[in-house]
Every structure is written in C-alpha cells, then in structure tokens.
Design a protein around this ligand. Sequence first.
Ligand SMILES: N[C@@H](CCC(=O)N[C@@H](CS)C(=O)NCC(=O)O)C(=O)O
Length: 300
Amino acid sequence: MNTITVEALRAWSSDGLQWLLKRPRQVIFAVAVAALVTAKMRHASARRERRKRWAKIGKDVVVLHGFPRGRLTPNTSPFVIKLETYLRLAKITYVFDDAEPIGPKGQSPWITLNGEEIADSQLVMEALAKKYDKNLTSWLPKEEQAIALAFNLMMTEHITWGLRVWRYVIDRGEQLRKCSKLDSLSEYIVYSLFPYIMKRRTWVQGMGRHKEKEVEEMLRQDIAALSHYLGRKPFLMGDRPCEVDCTLFGYTSQILWNYNGSPYVKMVREDYPNLEAHHNRMRTLLYPDWDELCLGAAGE
Ligand SMILES: N[C@@H](CCC(=O)N[C@@H](CS)C(=O)NCC(=O)O)C(=O)O
C-alpha cells in the first residue's frame, strides 16, 4: 500500500470515529439491533437443529415436550404429568425432551410426532387415542363418559386456577422454586416474572378475585367430590384406569409433593385419604422409575 492510500485510510477512519462519537444514541441503537438480530438468528438456528433431532427420533415415537423434571415429581406442571401418565397407560412409545417446553400455542406440554407438532394435553390425548386406537374411556357407558368429562374439566379449568392462586399469589413461587431445578438465569426469569404474570392471570380468570379462604373452600368442595366419587373403587371410573385418572394423578402429584405448606396437602392426605391411595396406586402401576425421573431434593 502506498503512503497516499495509508494516509487516506487514516483520515477516513478518524473522520468515521468522529462521526460515530457525535452520535452515541444512534450507535447504541445500531449495536442493540445487531445484537437482537444475531440472537434471533441463533435462536432460529437452534430451533431448526432441535427439529432435525426430533425428526430422527423414530417413526411413530412421540416426543413429549415439557418443563424440566422436578426435584420431587417428574414435572412441576399437572398438565405435563397428565399427558406423560396417559402415554404410559396407553403404552405409547415416547421420549421426554425439555429443550423447548413451550409449544406452538404458547403453553406446555406439546408433542412432536413424525414431524407434526400438536399442542394442548387434551388435544394431544385425543389425537393419539385416534391414531393408536387408545381411547381408554370409550368402553364406559355414555353416562359415565359424561361424568369423566365433567371431572376432567373440573380439575383442568377450576382446580388448576385455585392451585395457581396458592402457588403464585399466596406462596409467590417459593415452594415451586424449592421443587424445581433451573439454571440461575431461568430461575430468576421464571420466579421474578411468574408470580406477577400469574397474579394478573388469576384475576382475569376470576379465581384471583376471591379471598384466600373462599378459594380454599371451593377447592375443598372439588376435592371432596373427587374423593366421594372415587369411593372404594381403585380408579375413578371403576376397575380400570382411564384418561381422567391421569388428570387426577397430575393434580395429586402436585398437591402431595409440590404444595408443602398449602391447605391442600392435608385435604388429600388426611381429609380425603382415598385420593392419596389413588395417587400411590397410579404411581406404583405406571412410574416404577419415579425416583430416577426426579432430580432429588434441594441440596443433593
Ligand atoms: N389447556 C392446556 C393448559 C396447559 C397449561 O396451562 N400449561 C401451563 C403450565 S402448567 C403453561 O404452559 N403455562 C405457561 C403460560 O400459559 O404462559 C393443556 O391442557 O395443555
């Protein structure tokens, strides 16, 4: 390079630097945009790679996506346990993956099956029941199927919200933090944002507008109804477990293991002990590997 070119370059870069120094806001904005674009591209590439990995898992093998395993339960979400329990009960081959817990509808769980993505535990179970001919409730008379449906909805649309009030509004995610094992960044995001977000959501849904004791009483009635209907039967609908038992197991798993300090533990354990017996029966039947799936109490 000759001297004139070097001089010209020096002058150009010094002018350029001067120009940039006079525009700090624009520079910060440009750097932020570049960082965002890079992060988005990396995110999109990781997403593509995960999908390639899931596509290779095998024909007709379900990839169940959920939050990371809990310390004391295979999952801290009743919906993930509900679906995983169904997969086990229906003997459908699956693998669990926590790399992308939130699915196409913005919630967990969801599945990938032969490259197709299906979200919502209930819709997944219906799709799988059709594909594998595994509707475990269809043998019941229509009248009892209606009862199973109503109990299922009572749990997923009513008990869920009462439990969320306790977990996020009353306990402010403390017990959930103890029962989960997340890296410190995810923990910070989840537990500083979730109580705030969930408080808002429980208010919009309606449950969050009631007094603590009112919510407790509502859930007691629901839990009592489940217990009375279960009675002395081994499973909710009789001698054979079906989908609604998977849902019940999802909820008793949360209450018995992840709701320490809430009034609901005593309800399930002491006031309506046939529900704890149901939980133990389902766990023995379907989760011989329960301890291996769980990540162990804090401090281990
Ligand atoms: N109807 C859905 C409900 C699932 C659901 O509420 N999942 C919660 C975890 S327990 C979730 O993903 N929450 C995150 C959010 O809604 O933003 C199902 O049956 O899968």
